[in-house]
Ligand binder design. Structure first.
Ligand code: XIL
Length: 319
């Protein structure tokens, strides 16, 4: 049978991993279908840097070693994200100068440790507010001002000259104001000579939106800047209104069509602007969306028994 990674001839097909899900059926399906992995949460700051001066590489090393040993591309996610910022950083007691030195040291330590093993990093994740497009009021913004993004990119680049550096965010295809804010920031990085290689669209979407035209228009804004496009966290909700107790065949086919559409859009981008299409989860029962929305859904390509769903064939047909 044709598999996802072979259908995608000039870019990676990714999934997410946890350190305790690298064996058995997980390993079998990942090796069969996927060419790239991303850590679901174990390469975020709160896990790797839980206390000041104390790193914990247990899970991240396991994931990095798994990728290297099995020939997977590895996308690093994410160096700076307000939601995965440890308590001690949120409540940092030192001066702003000391805070800056600490963040610089963290980025250099992490990027340096995995140099040559991680192909790409999300340097900053979700820095803008929905609707207004203003800067999110994270501790990084409070301490360093809006230049923090530029500084983080420069520190990451100093640590690894070859790694691809991405800015990553959600709602990028349906929130025009936020989209404009992100591309203004990207344009500033470019005009300041800061090394940025790509933009990730998370792509947590639904069977009924955003529309194809919006996804294409947003993607083109990356392409026209000569940057790489990462569809970084794709999952497609089948039950956004919480009115189904099981996945109906009608809705499963609607979800399949949306997966097919998104895969086809990605596939149609110019080869040099493609990098990876990453699905945010392997099996429906393990999707983060179940906790996030607190109700049932079936957003992924495989059911809880690792069986391929209609959605899987949607991606395959779209590629
Ligand atoms: C989520 C993970 O799936 C969860 O396991 C974790 O507890 C919280 O983060 N946007 C992102 C991802 O950039 O890192 C998030 O992942 C989902 C939303």
């Amino acid at each position: 049978d044709l598999v996802l990674k072979d259908a995608a001839s000039d870019f990676f097909i990714g999934t997410i991993v946890q350190a305790n899900r690298l064996t058995g059926q997980y390993d079998v399906v990942m090796q069969r279908e996927f060419s790239s992995i991303t850590a679901e949460y174990q390469m975020k700051m709160d896990i790797m840097y839980p206390n000041q001066g104390v790193y914990d590489w247990t899970a991240s090393d396991a994931i990095v070693n798994y990728a290297v040993d099995n020939g997977f591309n590895l996308h690093g996610h994410a160096l700076i994200w307000h939601n995965a910022t440890p308590e001690w950083v949120r409540n940092f007691s030192g001066s702003d100068t000391e805070f800056e030195a600490m963040v610089k040291d963290y980025i250099k330590t992490v990027v340096g440790r995995y140099k040559g093993k991680v192909t790409s990093w999300d340097v900053v994740n979700e820095a803008f507010n929905d609707g207004s497009g203003s800067y999110r009021n994270s501790v990084f913004y409070q301490r360093l001002g809006e230049d923090y993004i530029s500084k983080c990119f420069q520190w990451a680049r100093e640590a690894d000259q070859d790694v691809l550096l991405f800015y990553n965010d959600y709602n990028m295809c349906n929130d025009q104001t936020k989209q404009n804010a992100v591309f203004s920031m990207i344009d500033e990085l470019i005009s300041d000579g800061v090394s940025v290689n790509g933009v990730g669209f998370q792509m947590h979407i639904s069977y009924n939106g955003p529309a194809k035209e919006n996804i294409m228009a947003a993607s083109n804004r990356i392409v026209e800047r000569g940057l790489k496009v990462h569809f970084a966290e794709l999952d497609i909700r089948a039950n956004p209104d919480n009115n189904m107790s099981e996945l109906t065949s009608v809705r499963a086919l609607a979800q399949k069509e949306k997966y097919k559409e998104v895969a086809a859009i990605y596939n149609s981008l110019p080869a040099s602007n493609k990098y990876a299409l990453t699905i945010w989860g392997l099996k429906d029962d393990e999707s983060w969306l179940l906790d996030f929305y607190g109700h049932q859904d079936w957003p992924l390509l495989f059911d809880m028994h690792f069986n391929k769903k209609d959605a899987y064939y949607g991606v395959l047909e779209g590629l």
